[in-house]
Ligand binder design. Structure first.
Ligand code: DOR
Ligand code: ZN
Length: 422
């Protein structure tokens, strides 16, 4: 029997309201015991003194680019970034080439990620065949094959009747629709519609492109009983709309990309195309509302929207591919809120663990006895720099490149096996 003890760490598990200095005994890949001073002579020991010990992080929004665009990232490099960022489970987006609208692609991803053997990779299927927004994909067989949600991420579903049908089907299958909300008639440009787009003379994306679709899909979720999960929420009004539906008891949840908490549209003036993302970085007022939304629990979880693109695809803002990498920077970014006294570490961990687990309906994100021993161990104060040496992605598109970051994952354990060590 393989035994491991994580000793002397400060354990925080929001799923069972557990917080304090404890040892964790892992046996055969499962959580066996959490107690003070566990002694098992034959067990391997990980000394976590001075470190935070919590359930393995879950990221429900990752672009692995595999199959089809493996020059940007692949399942192996993406998995390496994930475990280095503390994520033991990631949900990958279906805008691959070919897209995940058939079971062959699902099986390929599941097999390859298993053979890489670092983190759990849970695929999503497309809402519509070919992500074309017209014909609904075969949800039933995609779910059977292992998809945990459906999304046309990267593109909105413009046709309301298609979205209604998708929510009806998803409701029958008990899975969420993950919703990239941006009406493409109002969001066709490259950055937020506002002072910076005016200053630089750049084409833009209006905030109401997002808000209108959230309102529509909240109504459709109410009508169908389906669960709509709003991806990368980015404006103040979006949050007000989400709160409205939550108060009515509609099944609506949402995530925030930590980059939207750190930066505004003005970051384009510093980082150029590396600050180009869809939905775009918004105004200060929006950024502050998002932070408030985290604090008040209107936002359910962090999700990185890790979206790798090569440097040649990020030269000019006007022509750049949208997206920012984020698996390795999510924890230090979120810790900024903790350091400013806005949220507790417990709240931060909840948003990386049990909350995303609940959204996709998996029994993970917890250290409950008998659960898979997925454990993240981090130092909230360790400083490091994301650069050539530390970056594990094939891409480097982030405004945080070369910046000093505070907070570092020291060990990541998945199913009782160490998959990352600083
Ligand atoms: O900025 C983005 N990049 N937003 C998306 O929705 C898609 C993603 C990508 O695939 O690059
Ligand atoms: Zn998206």
């Amino acid at each position: 029997m393989l035994k491991l003890i994580v000793k002397n760490g400060y354990v925080i598990d929001p799923s069972q309201n557990l917080e304090g200095e404890f040892d964790i005994l892992v046996e055969n890949g499962k959580i066996k015991k959490i107690d003070k001073n566990i002694l098992v002579p034959e067990a391997e020991i990980i000394d976590a003194k001075g470190l935070i010990v919590c359930p393995g992080f879950i990221d429900i929004h990752v672009h692995l680019r595999d199959p089809g665009q493996t020059y940007k990232e692949d399942i192996e490099s993406g998995s390496r970034c994930a475990v280095a960022g503390g994520f033991t489970t990631i949900v990958c987006m279906p805008n691959t080439n070919p897209p995940i609208d058939n079971t062959t692609v699902v099986n390929y991803i599941l097999q390859k990620s298993k053979s890489v053997g670092l983190c759990r990779v849970l695929p999503t299927g497309t809402i519509t065949k070919g992500r074309k927004g017209k014909e609904i994909a075969d949800f039933y067989s995609l779910k059977e094959a292992g998809c945990v949600a459906f999304t046309d991420d990267g593109s909105p579903v413009m046709d309301s009747s298609v979205m209604r049908k998708a929510l009806e089907l998803a409701s029958q299958l008990g899975v969420p629709i993950m919703d990239h909300c941006e009406d493409d008639k109002l969001a066709y440009g490259v950055i937020n519609e506002g002072e910076v787009s005016a200053l630089l003379g750049l084409s833009s994306r209006a905030p109401e492109a997002e808000e209108i679709q959230i309102a529509r899909d909240g109504i459709l979720a109410q009508r169908t009983g389906g669960h709509v999960h709003i991806q990368h929420v980015s404006t103040k009004l979006s949050l007000e709309i989400i709160e409205f539906f939550k108060e009515k008891g509609v099944k609506i949840t949402c995530e925030v990309n930590p980059n939207h908490l750190l930066f505004t549209e003005r970051e384009v003036l510093n980082s150029g195309a590396n600050a180009r993302v869809n939905p775009p970085l918004r105004k200060k007022e929006d950024r502050l509302a998002l932070i408030e939304g985290v604090k008040r629990g209107i936002i359910d979880c962090f999700a990185t929207d890790h979206a790798p693109h090569q440097t040649f695809e990020k030269e000019l803002v006007e022509f750049a591919m949208p997206g920012i990498i984020g698996l390795q920077t999510a924890l230090p970014s979120a810790l900024e809120l903790y350091r400013k006294g806005i949220i507790s570490l417990k709240k931060l961990i909840e948003m990386f663990t049990i909350n995303p687990a609940r959204i996709i309906g998996v029994d993970l994100g917890t250290l409950k006895l008998g659960s898979p021993a997925d454990i993240t161990i981090f130092d909230p104060n360790k400083e490091w720099i994301l650069n050539e040496e530390t970056n594990l992605s094939k891409s480097r598109n982030t405004p945080l490149w070369g910046k000093v970051l505070k907070g570092k994952v020291i060990y990541t354990i998945k199913d009782g096996k160490m998959v990352y060590k600083d």
